[in-house]
Design a protein around this ligand. Sequence first.
Ligand code: ADP
Ligand code: TPP
Ligand code: MG
Length: 349
Amino acid sequence: MALDEFGLIRRYFQRVPSAGTDTGAGAGVPVRLGIGDDAALLDLPPGESLAVTTDTLVAGRHFPLTATAFDIGWKALAVNLSDLAAMGSRPQGVTLALTLPEADPDWLAGLSAGFFTLADAEGVPLIGGDTTRGPLSLTVTALGSVPPALALRRDGARPGDLICVSGTLGDAGLGLALALDAVPAGVANAVTGLSAAARDHALARLHRPSPRLALGLALRGIATAAMDVSDGLLQDLGHLLAASAGTGGPLGARLQLEHLPLSSALTALAGSGDAGREQMLAWALAVGDDYELLFTLPPAAEKRLPALADALALPLACIGRVTEAPGLDLRWHGQVLDVALPGGYRHFS
Ligand SMILES: Nc1ncnc2c1ncn2[C@@H]1O[C@H](COP(=O)(O)OP(=O)(O)O)[C@@H](O)[C@H]1O
Ligand SMILES: Cc1ncc(C[n+]2csc(CCOP(=O)(O)OP(=O)(O)O)c2C)c(N)n1
Ligand SMILES: [Mg+2]
């Protein structure tokens, strides 16, 4: 039987309510009313604010046309949960607005599997959405909660704070070059020399980013500012510093780029001559799609990072400091960086 709009929603997105709840969202999840009415109803924990964020993924713009349905479903959710993580908020529910050229059952099954694999791992219910016909795009709205005084905002960084980042940077940049078959000629040999496992890791980082939700919660009350890295570390750090500018005028940063946290693939590239180092820096600093957390810490909090990294099984690296002097002072082993870097990802540029 042909799959119409409502059949499609029921088959791939509406979960069967489980006994004892009126939504099927599961015990302890504050959804009063989920999919099926004109709007969902959510109860927030007392004293907490609603954190709301939305991001769209457009085919050919946010993911290669060769991406699998599973990866597209995963990524649409992951990039939105990453924004909730960056606010130090706990996800409470998400909506999915889906525009599809056609209702292909195999493709929809893959999309739904990718979306719910991550949603279930993070305990996040899908509480509504919209389904329309048109060029492929997905818009997720993620709803979270956080006590307002503990929210990790972009505007709290102060001169002297440490600038830190989770995980590793630049893998998605390498993954995108691999996925688009667009590895720059200067590093083609170095990239060909990577193991199949290293290349698969880079592709997985592009297609299936991990929202750093546990880190966001752990940084409540510790970080002075935070955001996630979607457009490239340098561009996003610029946004954080601009938001944190006080009456004293704009802030800046000094970064020691030899401390950038890199995967073994990017480390190998950095060691493969000047072209390799320059491409590593471009991927790690200026391409984006990393979905790691960038955060600032008062210097006294630095000693807490190793235990936090151990507890979360997630590398946490400090790569520089916030400065009163505006602008970015980029250093490589103490020397001013002599590499011209792209400006990060920008629509319409
Ligand atoms: N069309 C829009 N209307 C209103 N606010 C928007 C619009 N587009 C983006 N914003 C807001 O501008 C800010 C920056 O957006 P963006 O760079 O997309 O953030 P992020 O990287 O966290 O997704 C966010 O606060 C976002 O909510
Ligand atoms: C086919 C394809 N081309 C390019 C990219 C790289 N890319 C596209 S959007 C983007 C930045 C993040 O997207 P944006 O819409 O700016 O998200 P936001 O900053 O709002 O979270 C990047 C790095 C990609 N992932 N796939
Ligand atoms: Mg956005």
